[in-house]
Ligand binder design. Structure first.
Ligand SMILES: C[S@@+](CC[C@H](N)C(=O)[O-])C[C@H]1O[C@@H](n2cnc3c(N)ncnc32)[C@H](O)[C@@H]1O
Length: 231
């Protein structure tokens, strides 16, 4: 890491609001001028967009819902025919409405519209920010319930204890809790199967944390033959 990058990280950390709850954390972070984070810019954003744009084209996806859509930086790289972004932060939603004001194929809301479903629902760099167990479970249930066929999750997939053992510096970050979310899916969504895992092009490197990531892509598909849905 260069001196400039180290200073940037320290300054960003100082600006971050104190952690109370995950929803409050993000409300405060955007309200005080914060951004979605390092995973939504530069080469990591490009990697995410390359995978997602190819997936959407290959599977003729017509509608996409993102749960935890953020500040719109990542979305600038997207090529989706129709997109609905949902975020817990009203400030992030307002920012995106302004940023994509001329684009009628994109809309931004603070909750999933009742009764709506989408070809693909996705969660990018959100799972490990869901600190409370109930927030984590409610979020995943909503993500799967809103999809007709595909769910794409870009996240770490290890317990927090495993994460800290491998990377002790993670213990200091209050707004991150790693989870083995695939266990939750296996237990709670019997109607879905893991279709594909795509490893990160830039796997996490302690010496270069802002330009590498512990997240990989996990693509789930609704079983065509098995029990419908899950809860
Ligand atoms: C690290 S940012 C990622 C933004 C975007 N997905 C991307 O890849 O650029 C995490 C986002 O998830 C949102 N978020 C956190 N908890 C959420 C929840 N329970 N429901 C919806 N959005 C949530 C935050 O407000 C924030 O915008």
């Amino acid at each position: 890491m260069t001196v400039r990058e180290t200073l940037g990280r320290l300054l960003r950390r100082r600006r971050e609001p104190d952690f109370v709850r995950s929803d409050q954390y993000w409300q405060d972070r955007y309200a005080t001028g914060g951004k979605s984070g390092a995973g939504s810019v530069g080469r990591l954003a490009r990697f995410k967009a390359d995978v997602l744009n190819r997936f959407v084209a290959d599977h003729a996806i017509t509608s996409v819902l993102e749960l935890g859509s953020g500040d719109g930086s990542q979305l600038e790289l997207a090529a989706y025919p129709d997109y609905t972004g949902i975020d817990i932060s009203e400030a992030a939603v307002a920012m995106c409405r302004k940023r994509f004001a001329g684009d009628s194929a994109k809309r931004f809301l603070t909750a999933i519209p009742e009764g709506q479903s989408y070809d693909l629902t996705m969660s990018l760099d959100v799972i490990y920010h869901l600190i409370e167990d109930s927030t984590f479970a409610d979020y995943l249930a909503a993500l799967f319930a809103a999809s007709r066929e595909w769910v794409v999750i870009y996240s770490s997939n290890m317990t927090h204890a495993e994460a800290i053992e491998r990377f002790p510096e993670f213990a200091a970050t209050r707004h991150v809790t790693h989870r083995r979310f695939s266990d939750w899916v296996d237990e709670n969504q019997p109607g879905w199967t893991l279709f594909e895992r795509i490893a990160n092009r830039f796997p996490y490197d302690t010496a270069n944390p802002d330009k590498t990531s512990f997240a990989d892509f996990y693509v789930y598909r609704k079983r065509q033959d098995g029990p419908a849905g899950g809860d």
